[in-house]
Design a protein around this ligand. Sequence first.
Ligand code: ASP
Length: 332
Amino acid sequence: MSFTRRSFLKSTSLAIAGIGLARPVIANPLNEGGDGYLIVISTWDHGLPANEAAWKILEEGGTALDAVEAGVKVPEADPNVSTVGYGGFPDKSGKVTLDACIMDHLGQAGSVAFLQHIKHPISVARLVMEKTPHVMLTGKGALKFALKNGFKKEKLLTPEMKKEWKKWKKRGGQFKPTINIEDEINTNHDTIGMLALDADGKIAGACTTSGMAYKLHGRVGDSPIIGAGLYVDGEVGGAVATGSGELVMKTLGSFLVVELMRSGLNPKEACLEAVRRIIKKNPGYEQHQVGYIALNKKGGYGSFCIQKGFHYALKTNQFTGLKESEAFLKVR
Ligand code: ASP
């Protein structure tokens, strides 16, 4: 029997209506390790080299916090990653503006939003966490803080991205929040979010992005918002989000995932429930992608997303590679 996207959507909405968004029963992937178990998990395929950098630190006995910072700095510095840091897509006005945040096992948090000219926003976010009484700095204030703390002012718009932006303007310059659904090759945004567990059993997370391609100048997404793009609570675990930031922000997705794990759901179940919350509250969700990954304090991990096509990078002593996330909409 052929199963079209339309018939799937219909049956899905019936199923939602029928079961009243009841808690799903999913085989628990758990995969939890014992004492000293190391694990790093991050979004998309740019997570593979990022995980390697994080793993090196974990293996040498370093902290999860150092690991996630070093890990996400890899795509931040890579001009070929068009959705994070240097070489990221610009906004509508041709400017690359970056969002990032970081959290440790104690729930300490630092964040920067709408930051320009700095290649490693994640390191600025960490400094905000460690050197200021605040959690978040934005825009010019964040830039001033970074420069004062030794960061270099750099040009983040690469010639390739400038060309892309000009082509987009020629095509009419329409902003499309329908993220990577019709066209997975021309990725227009994909944040790196990373969670790691170190040998002391401490968990940390980081999240960094250039946001949605051609967004309005000044737009800030979920990625630097504590609880939306990232949340970590050392007593429970952590979660990060990627995809349509507006949907994640409106449901405080990563916080929700962590709270669901606190109340007993496994990481994958918690991610699914957070996806269901988005679906319940956002008609038109079919036009969006959101993916969550989660890690509990014992090293159990899981993910869930709206659309098929989200994958995440995983590294443990037994496994290095990409995993496909289960999706709410199984057919495109
Ligand atoms: N969540 C990011 C944002 O909305 C984009 C993404 O992860 O794809 O800025």
